[in-house]
Design a protein around this ligand. Structure first.
Ligand code: DO4
Ligand code: MG
Length: 280
């Protein structure tokens, strides 16, 4: 079951049918421990709509599928991320930290964004004016309930400045957290597990041409989603639940984003998250 947040209500896609329902308070909705059952029951009274109408709504009305939940992120959970970060921080002497965290029991977890810093599907994600090397990070993103249960999966873009982080790992919050530093969407796939063979694909288009691309799949994710959620909840409470990006396995080689680029992230079974790059 896929749950979309629309400007004019809520869209549910189950098997091959679409139903449109009212607007919800998404703080309350996503904090329900019985989210799947609640939606199954509620949607019995919603209007069925044709696929073409649903596609129009998805094209024109999508909001980020969240309320005021905090967005957290895990890092260096794929070998590719470990290696790319070791390369970018070689001059600063920070390289060994990435190798250590990749192999450590405790994962790297960091605060990524408040809801106001998150862009919706189709919206702008930003690169910073004081950064010279910027990438999108396509990441499977977990919806976690207040009790720490994984309720669903979505797509996250963890926009990152590689020049700022590479200069000194202590600059991580500045490389990661700023206005328009993340995008989430297009929907939440409501289920508690996701297949390890799920594929993730990135495309970056510039002036109508493919400028960079990459692929990975969840077999490359070193830590299980459940394990990451458990670490996050060790010493944090989330009264309205939270979202958690699980790290990137795609880091385009020798590439930096430019204003106007189109970033498309595909995750099998969830959909496509597309955003345009702006500057702040
Ligand atoms: O260690 C810095 C951030 C890592 C990250 O965001 C990732 O691996 O996805
Ligand atoms: Mg990341």
């Amino acid at each position: 079951m896929k749950l979309y947040k629309l400007k004019s209500g809520t869209l549910l896609h189950t098997d091959s049918s679409f139903k449109k329902g009212p607007s919800f308070d998404w703080d309350g909705l996503l904090s329900r421990e019985d989210l799947k059952r609640f939606l199954e029951n509620e949607s019995k009274t919603w209007n069925s709509i044709a696929e073409s109408e649903a596609e129009n709504l998805i094209q024109s009305e999508l909001l980020a599928p969240m309320g005021n939940q905090e967005v957290w992120a895990a890092g260096v959970t794929y070998y590719r991320s470990r290696t790319a970060r070791m390369e970018e921080s070689e001059d600063s002497g920070g390289a060994t930290f990435y190798d250590k965290v990749y192999n450590a029991d405790r994962p790297e977890l960091f605060f990524k964004a408040t809801a106001s810093r998150v862009s919706p599907p189709g919206g702008m994600v930003n690169i910073r004016k004081d950064s010279t090397w910027d990438v999108p990070e396509p990441e499977l993103t977990l919806l976690i309930s207040p009790k720490g249960k994984i309720q669903g999966f979505t797509i996250g873009n963890d926009m990152s400045s590689r020049s700022i982080e590479g200069e000194n790992p202590l600059y991580l919050p500045q490389a990661k957290v700023y206005e328009g530093c993340a995008a989430i969407g297009p929907c939440i796939l409501i289920q508690d597990e996701i297949s390890e063979s799920t594929k993730i694909h990135l495309e970056i288009h510039r002036d109508g041409k493919l400028a960079a691309s990459g692929d990975t799949d969840l077999t490359q994710l070193k830590r299980k989603p459940k394990e990451l959620a458990e670490w996050l909840f060790r010493a944090n409470t989330f009264p309205i639940g939270c979202l958690m990006m699980t790290g990137t396995g795609i880091v385009p080689d020798g590439f930096t984003l430019k204003e106007g680029d189109q970033v498309k992230i595909f995750i099998e079974g969830i959909g496509v998250l597309e955003n345009t790059v702006g500057m702040i």
